[in-house]
Design a protein around this ligand. Structure first.
Ligand SMILES: Nc1ncnc2c1ncn2[C@@H]1O[C@H](COP(=O)(O)OP(=O)(O)OP(=O)(O)O)[C@@H](O)[C@H]1O
Ligand SMILES: [Mg+2]
Length: 365
C-alpha cells in the first residue's frame, strides 16, 4: 500500500481524521468537502498501519452507486479487500450466510399489492394512490412499527387515510406478502436484526469477523439501519461516521441526522472533525445549475452560492451535492421513485445492490 497516496493533497482536518486509525471518529462535513475521500483514505490507513486487516473492516453506505464508488476508491488505495456495501446488501448477505439460503424473494415494489388492498377500502379512500399507502407502510416499518403498534406509534404523524383503515391495510399487506413468500426491503433489515438479536452465536461470529465500521452519508441512517449497526458494533467503539446534517434526503423513510449529531455524546472519546472547504462546486456548476433551474427560489440560490468553494477542482462526477441541496427537482425525483416503489433510487433493489459476493460469509458481507 502506497502511504504517500493516502496522505496526498489533504487539508489538516482531513489528515487528522485519517491519522486517527483507532476509536470513534465523527466527521461533520458539507457537500463536496472530501467526506468520501477522507473515510476511504482513513480505511486504507487503518490497514496500512496494521490497526485492522482489510477483512476486519466493513464500510457501509446507502446506495449501490455509493458502495461501488467506495469499492473503487478503496481498490485504488490498495485496500480492495475491504467490504463496502449498502446496509441492505450486508443484511442480505448475513441472512444468506447464517440461513444457508437467500432470505426470500425480495419485493421490488409494494405498490401492486397495495393497489389490490386499496381497492377493498370504502369510498372515498378506495382511490387513494397505492404509492401513498406504500410510502406509509415504509414510514412505519422504517420506525420498526408493526400493524399492531402502528397507531400508537403515529405521534402526530398524519396517515394518508384514517389510521384504523391504514392499520388494516398494513396488516393485510403483511399477511399477503408473507403468504406469497416474499419479503420487502425493510424486512431484509428487520430479519437481519432479528437474527443477530435471537442468535448470540451468529452475533459473536459477526463480531469476530468485523472489528471496525465506517458509515458514509450517516445523516441518512434510519432506525432500522441504526439498530443493525449497533448490533454489528456491540460494545465496541470502532466506528467512523461521516455525514452532513443538512444533506439528509431520506427523511421520508425515517432517516434522521440526529444519530450523526448525537455521536459525540454517545462516544465522549470520539474524535470530531469538521470539513469545511468545498472542493466540488465551481462557478461552472453554479452557472449550469442556475441555467437549468432559472427560477430557483432566492433561498436555495443563496445556498448554492453559500456552498461555493474555497478551492475548486473538477465538475461533479455524479449528481452534484449542491444540486442535492435543492429541495425541488432532485428530491422530487427521489420521492417519485420511492413512492412508485419500483425504481427506488435511494433504497436500491437487492439484485443490483448485492454486488455479486453476497453469499460468501457473514464476514464477507
Ligand atoms: N484536500 C483536498 N484538496 C483538493 N481536492 C480535494 C480535497 N479533498 C477532496 N478533494 C476533491 O473534492 C472532490 C469531492 O470529494 P469527495 O467525493 O470525497 O467529497 P464528498 O464530501 O464525499 O462529496 P459528496 O457530498 O458529494 O458526497 C473530489 O474531486 C476530491 O478529489
Ligand atoms: Mg461522498
Amino acid at each position: 500500500m502506497d502511504a504517500s497516496a493516502i496522505f496526498e493533497g489533504l487539508n489538516p482536518e482531513q489528515r487528522r481524521a485519517i491519522e486517527t486509525v483507532r476509536g470513534p471518529v465523527c466527521i461533520l462535513a458539507g457537500a463536496g468537502s472530501g467526506k468520501t475521500t477522507t473515510i476511504t483514505r482513513r480505511i486504507a490507513n487503518q490497514v496500512a498501519k496494521g490497526a485492522f486487516s482489510a477483512d476486519q473492516i466493513l464500510a457501509v453506505t446507502f446506495t449501490d452507486k455509493a458502495a461501488r464508488e467506495m469499492r473503487s476508491r478503496l481498490e485504488q488505495l490498495g485496500a480492495g479487500g475491504v467490504r463496502a456495501r449498502t446496509f441492505h446488501s450486508a443484511a442480505f448477505a448475513q441472512l444468506r450466510w447464517f440461513r444457508g439460503e437467500p432470505p426470500g424473494r425480495v419485493l421490488a415494489s409494494k405498490a401492486l399489492m397495495l393497489r389490490q388492498i386499496g381497492n377493498t377500502l370504502p369510498m372515498p379512500y378506495k382511490f387513494r394512490p397505492a404509492v401513498d399507502l406504500a410510502t406509509e407502510v415504509e414510514w412505519a416499518k422504517n420506525r420498526r412499527l408493526t400493524p399492531e403498534t402502528y397507531r400508537r406509534g403515529l405521534n402526530g404523524h398524519e396517515p394518508p387515510i384514517p389510521d384504523d383503515l391504514m392499520a388494516r391495510v398494513f396488516r393485510e399487506y403483511e399477511r399477503r406478502k408473507e403468504a406469497s413468500g416474499a419479503i420487502d426491503f425493510e424486512d431484509l433489515l428487520g430479519l437481519a436484526i432479528k437474527l443477530l438479536e435471537d442468535e448470540p452465536e451468529a452475533l459473536a461470529q459477526v463480531h469476530e469477523r468485523y472489528r471496525a465500521f465506517t458509515v458514509d452519508e450517516y445523516q441518512d441512517v434510519n432506525l432500522l439501519q441504526q439498530t443493525l449497526l449497533e448490533l454489528w458494533l456491540g460494545d465496541r467503539d470502532e466506528l467512523c461516521a461521516v455525514g452532513d446534517d443538512y444533506q439528509s434526503i431520506y427523511a421520508f423513510t425515517g432517516a434522521t441526522p440526529e444519530y450523526l449529531l448525537a455521536l459525540p455524546q454517545h462516544f465522549p472519546n470520539a474524535t470530531v472533525v469538521r470539513l469545511e472547504a468545498n472542493y466540488r462546486s465551481t462557478p461552472q456548476v453554479l452557472g449550469l445549475a442556475n441555467r437549468l433551474v432559472p427560477r430557483l427560489p432566492e433561498r436555495a440560490l443563496g445556498r448554492l452560492r453559500g456552498g461555493l468553494q474555497r478551492r475548486g477542482d473538477s465538475l461533479p462526477g455524479r449528481g452534484s451535492a449542491d444540486a442535492r441541496r435543492r429541495p425541488s427537482a432532485a428530491q422530487g425525483a427521489r420521492r417519485l421513485d420511492v413512492t412508485h416503489g419500483c425504481v427506488r433510487s435511494p433504497a436500491p433493489r437487492p439484485r443490483a445492490r448485492l454486488g455479486g459476493d453476497a453469499a460468501s460469509g457473514p464476514g464477507r458481507t
